[in-house]
Design a protein around this ligand. Structure first.
Ligand code: NAP
Length: 269
């Protein structure tokens, strides 16, 4: 067996963070060296937190100290849009490759983090979606847009999600825009009698964000042509479904330079 990859997890006490902690502890090729949570989480053993045996890594809330003391090679971040940018910048500052699943980054932030990564000579990944099915849904939608330029994106998430539209919807929209001339859809005279009814505007098409309790993560891209519609849909049912993708990202990110945006780049090789 080769050297284990040393991993820190930020947001370790969150729903995605706990899945990551469990996945890292269960993979003999990975070593959990730090788990970062909120001040209330301090001192909890990361293994016990996820229903495994104590692993000797206690949750801390001081990310910078944890990075300096535990010397991870990779930091996985599943926190909140408000924290993730600073966490990622801090990881890069200490030469730790970030693998970020938190959504809500702006294009300017990604560009800045890419510069930081390049200055430091390390790789990083910001991936709005780590599920292979979702990556395929985005690629198929981008392909379909060549033949069906009229489309709308509808994404569904739980009602506590902070950012809208979802990172996956934005990434899908960007991929579609690469395959389709900007085309303002709908009736040029259309008017909203209730503001926001037509959804968010991107490159001439609309994105709708549904937020409901009981929903996990789904997205459909609906295409309309003469006498026909085409729907490309992906449904995620549980958080564990993202873990094969996060595991692959931890193992591949060290081969890259600069900040990669989108897990599709890692899937293609
Ligand atoms: P969550 O359960 O709210 O977890 C976030 C955790 O991070 C919470 O425990 C939060 O603590 C903690 N936190 C916030 N700031 C922190 C900081 N500076 N240091 C350490 N911990 C901090 O949310 P989630 O469902 O796990 O989702 C997390 C993010 O991942 C969201 O942006 C979501 O959209 C995204 N997501 C991405 C994918 C993907 O495939 N890329 C999949 C699912 C979800 P408090 O609760 O005390 O604030």
């Amino acid at each position: 067996m080769g050297e284990q990859i040393r991993v820190a997890v930020a947001g370790a006490a969150g729903r995605m963070g706990k899945e990551v902690v469990k996945m890292v502890l269960e993979d003999p090729d990975l070593s959990l060296v730090a788990a970062i949570g909120q001040p209330d989480d301090e001192g909890i053993d990361a293994g016990a937190l996820v229903g495994l045996r104590n692993c000797g890594v206690q949750l801390t809330s001081d990310l910078e100290l944890a990075l300096v003391e535990s010397k991870p090679q990779v930091m996985v971040d599943f926190t909140t849009p408000a924290s993730a940018y600073d966490n990622t910048a801090l990881a890069i500052k200490h030469g730790v490759a970030p693998v970020v699943g938190t959504t809500g980054f702006t294009t300017e932030q990604i560009e800045l983090l890419d510069k930081h990564c390049n200055d430091k000579g390390i790789g990083g990944l910001i991936a709005p979606n780590f599920s292979i099915g979702a990556i395929l849904m985005m690629k198929f939608a981008a392909q379909a847009a060549k033949y069906f330029p009229h489309l709308e994106i509808i994404e569904y998430h739980g009602d506590q999600k902070l950012d809208a539209p979802s990172g996956t919807a934005i990434k899908t929209a960007e991929l579609i825009a690469m395959n389709r001339e900007e085309l303002r859809q709908g009736n040029p005279q259309e008017e909203e009698t209730i503001e926001g009814s037509r959804g968010g505007y991107y490159n001439g098409f609309r994105i709708h964000s549904v937020r409901l309790p009981g929903v996990f993560a789904q997205q459909e891209v609906v295409f309309g042509g003469f006498g026909q519609t085409l729907k490309i849909r992906h449904d995620s049912y549980e958080r564990a479904g993202y873990m094969p993708g996060v595991n692959l990202a931890i193992k591949k990110v060290l081969e890259y330079k600069g900040m990669i945006y989108g897990f599709d780049h890692f899937v293609d090789g």
